[in-house]
Design a protein around this ligand. Structure first.
Ligand code: TK8
Length: 335
């Protein structure tokens, strides 16, 4: 009898310890929009994130992802987050410079030399500093996912030096640094939302666009392009943004679960996208595109030619922000 009573008490205690934790989770249907398609590695990342949320919240928190711009483009979705009418978006940083000019730092041409540099900058104090600035404009960044190094595709001619851009009609993101970079190479650059690229290439309204191989593959741009050049001219990250007004209404446990699960998702996404990169290039080749690479000398020439773009945009990005990233990169290159 005594033993039973004891057992009953300890059962009560264990309920008392675990119950409040679960009560801290409510049913949350988290809508996350994407411009890219579900077979992009962001899809793998979101799967992992969902499994993690499911476990932590006892099935209460769940992401529903929308693909191919079904909830609107990057900029439109981000504004919906700021006004608290949508939970999340996976967006390139570049179209958001009108909201936060400091993000333009990632658009500076030939800034990063490789993945490792990008990861170190994004996951370190520099990434944290940008995250603080994002919070001030109503956006919680759950993490830097990989979009990747950007390469040029076109339907006109092989491009192996900047002079080959002459007169080429190229789509750029809604971003003045990209606009100036390509105008400066002699191209005729047009800012356009991601969702309009395919048909603009198909109808020849534009000749060219630039995106990582995996995006050119999963968004099928190779179907309407003839040439591709590995330019690696920019590494613009994906931000996994969450609406700050909605985030602030969540419990501490829910917020922590989102942050932890987003990190797991990011690790998976980065792993998958890096494995897929060369496979995507193979697929693009098999589709019949002519592939060229910029020589290191030409990359250096393009960077030199782009110094005017750095100078023109430095103050608007924030001189302190540009100086800081250059110091961090210089240190990394020493070690
Ligand atoms: C997808 C975009 C895309 C970006 C672009 O929504 O616009 O070219 O590289 O990944 O964010």
């Amino acid at each position: 009898m005594k033993k039973l009573a004891l057992l009953a008490t300890s059962a009560l205690i264990s309920v008392a310890v675990t119950a409040p934790a679960l009560a801290d989770f409510q049913t949350r249907n988290i809508r996350v929009s994407n411009g890219i398609n579900e077979d992009h590695p962001v899809g793998n990342g979101i799967k992992v994130m969902n499994a993690c949320l499911d476990e932590k919240s006892g099935g209460k928190m769940k992401i529903t992802a929308f693909w191919g711009g079904a909830l609107g483009g990057d900029l439109q979705a981000t504004q919906a987050l700021r006004s608290g009418v949508q939970e999340g978006v996976v967006t390139s940083s570049s179209p958001l410079v009108g909201i936060l000019p400091a993000l333009g730092v990632f658009d500076l041409p030939f800034l990063f030399a490789n993945d490792k540099e990008a990861d170190t900058v994004m996951d370190g104090e520099f990434g944290d500093m940008i995250n603080e600035k994002l919070e001030a404009v109503g956006l919680v960044n759950l993490g830097y996912w990989e979009n990747g190094f950007r390469n040029l595709s076109n339907s006109k001619r092989p491009v192996t030096k900047w002079e080959d851009f002459e007169g080429m009609k190229i789509r750029v993101m809604q971003n003045n640094i990209f606009l100036d970079t390509f105008q400066n190479f002699g191209a005729n650059a047009t800012p356009m939302a991601f969702g309009e690229i395919f048909s603009a290439l198909e109808t020849k309204a534009i000749d060219a666009q630039e995106n990582p191989y995996v995006t050119i593959d999963t968004s099928k741009f190779y179907e309407v392009q003839k040439y591709i050049t590995e330019t690696n001219h920019a590494y613009t990250p994906f931000l996994f943004l969450f609406s700050k007004p909605i985030f602030d209404s969540y419990s501490t446990e829910e917020q922590a679960a989102l942050r932890e699960c987003a990190n797991l998702g990011r690790d998976e996404e980065r792993k998958v996208i890096r494995e897929l990169n060369l496979k995507s290039l193979e697929k693009i080749k098999e589709a019949g595109l002519e592939v060229n690479k910029l020589s290191p000398e030409e990359q250096a020439r393009m960077l030199e030619k782009s110094k005017v773009v750095y100078d023109k945009h430095k103050d608007e990005i924030g001189a302190d922000v540009v100086d800081r990233i250059q110091e961090i990169l210089a240190d990394l290159r020493k070690s």
